[in-house]
Design a protein around this ligand. Structure first.
Ligand SMILES: [Zn+2]
Length: 154
């Protein structure tokens, strides 16, 4: 079985104990981490959680859009546009979520665009709680630590 880094959950390098993503020694005990390493660990956990939620939310959005489109037959043009927007956003969030859990570089600006768009759409549709969550996710994805991890600038 391939070894995994216990701090960022990515596949560990076979001939190097230093993780290529979070730059923490995978043999290092959690108690021995420096303050800076703990910050990276926390950020990696948050990013992978956001990635998981984004993929799940995207999937729910796609299913919801398909279900809505079935009940849409004969309905107005406006609702069809909303279904299409939901479908596209759902697919985008699903791909983003999977990529973020792999710490892909494009997820930094991709996440900023997607969550900003999501905030605007939530505010327009008066979904304030969802807007607040999108804002929170945006705050984490757009953080400096997150950029350093995604751009491998540690
Ligand atoms: Zn790691």
């Amino acid at each position: 079985m391939a070894r995994k880094c216990k701090y960022c959950y990515t596949k560990a390098n076979d001939n190097d104990t230093l993780c290529s993503i979070c730059k923490i020694d995978i043999n290092k005990d959690k108690k021995e981490l420096t303050k800076e390493e703990k910050k990276l660990w926390y950020c990696c956990r948050t990013l992978s959680l956001i990635g998981f939620l984004a993929a799940l939310g995207g999937l729910i959005g796609v299913v919801g859009a398909i279900v809505a489109s079935v009940g849409l037959a004969g309905d107005g043009k406006n609702s069809l546009i909303i279904v299409i927007i939901n479908l596209i956003l759902g697919i985008a969030f699903f791909i983003f979520g999977i990529s973020l859990s792999r710490y892909k570089q494009w997820c930094y600006y991709g996440g900023i665009v997607l969550y900003s768009l999501s905030i605007i759409l939530c505010i327009v549709s008066f979904n304030i709680i969802a807007a607040l969550f999108s804002g929170l996710f945006l705050y984490y994805v757009a953080s400096k630590t997150s950029k350093n991890i995604l751009y491998r600038q540690l």
